[in-house]
Design a protein around this ligand. Structure first.
Ligand SMILES: Cc1cc2nc3c(=O)[nH]c(=O)nc-3n(C[C@H](O)[C@H](O)[C@H](O)COP(=O)(O)O)c2cc1C
Length: 165
């Protein structure tokens, strides 16, 4: 059976929610790991590996960024999917954030790459974070993860898969 590993990072929990949605859309044997638990985990048994994390101030969550750099050589041997959670409105900025998030070779290699949308829960944000957000023009709580985009990502990951056994 096809084995998929999802490694994610999150600060406020929305990427974790997105991963839950993605897990439900994938078939086969799916394992989910917070990046904190993924260091040292052998990737050999996994056919597919998906990395996902949030963008803050234009940058991917630093723990996932470090993981992607550290495991890039192994990941280049897998079918890879990459996603970000990000709240910018401008699709060109979102595309640039996605491209900039992961190492270039890994980005080029990845079979599927996508922006899943975002969640902003104002009650959760610290004062400084609210200030940073106002610069970006967001003023209230919003749930904007895209279920159709996540479902399409899952289908694209599985398209073209060749059974091993
Ligand atoms: C302080 C702050 C800064 C952010 N900066 C960006 C940004 O530069 N670009 C962007 O697209 N989204 C930005 N966002 C939106 C987050 O990426 C979005 O809320 C995401 O869903 C958070 O994921 P998490 O809940 O898994 O941490 C920012 C959010 C906060 C609170």
């Amino acid at each position: 059976m096809m084995k998929t590993l999802i490694v994610y990072a999150t600060k406020h929990g929305s990427t974790e929610k997105a991963v839950g949605m993605l897990e439900g859309d994938l078939s086969g044997d799916v394992r989910v790991m917070n990046v904190d638990d993924a260091w040292g985990v052998d990737l050999e048994p996994f056919d597919h590996v998906i990395l996902g994390g949030p963008i803050y101030m234009g940058e991917l969550h630093e723990k996932l960024s470090a993981y992607a750099a550290r495991y890039q050589d192994t990941l280049l041997q897998k079918r890879v999917g990459l996603f970000i959670c990000a709240g910018m409105e401008d699709p060109f900025i979102l595309q640039a954030e996605l491209e900039n998030a992961y190492p270039e070779d890994l980005y080029e290699h990845a079979a599927v790459k996508e922006v899943f949308g975002y969640v902003l829960d104002f009650r959760q944000l610290k004062a400084q974070e609210r200030k940073d957000l106002r610069i970006n023009g967001v003023t209230e709580s919003e749930f904007k993860l895209s279920a159709p985009v996540i479902t399409e990502f899952a289908l694209a990951m599985e398209r073209g898969f060749v059974r091993k056994e």
